[in-house]
Design a protein around this ligand. Structure first.
Ligand code: TYC
Length: 103
């Protein structure tokens, strides 16, 4: 570019652009009804967390209202959200799981 020295331009202009795909934050939302132990189970089962990690994140959601539980490709994030929402629905808990594009 006009501000860069030629050595930098040679390197940058000849490098093929390999844009990384966007990543998505998957979040759990707090509610007043879903049992704490159910949320811990969800975090263990669908996000591969151990019991201590799962309990810690569950408490963060409970206290702060929501927390990011993982960052994934669009397809994996959609699968996680669908798995959690289906599991919660089948157990008749109002737990909500959402995804959001990372900045
Ligand atoms: N607030 C719930 C309770 O007191 C526990 C809870 C935690 C619910 C995290 C949802 O994502 C959640 N039983």
């Amino acid at each position: 570019g006009p501000q860069d020295d030629d050595e930098t331009d040679l390197l940058t202009k000849t490098r093929p652009k390999t844009k990384r795909p966007p990543m998505y934050k998957v979040m759990l939302l707090n509610d007043d009804f879903t049992p704490m132990e159910f949320v811990v189970l969800v975090l263990e089962r669908f996000f591969g967390l151990n019991h201590a990690q799962a309990f810690e994140i569950m408490l963060t959601v409970h206290k702060k209202g929501l927390a990011v539980v993982g960052v994934f490709s669009h397809e994996i994030a959609e699968t996680k959200v669908a798995q959690v929402m289906d599991f919660a629905r089948r157990h008749q808990h109002p737990l909500q799981c959402t995804m959001e594009k990372e900045e």
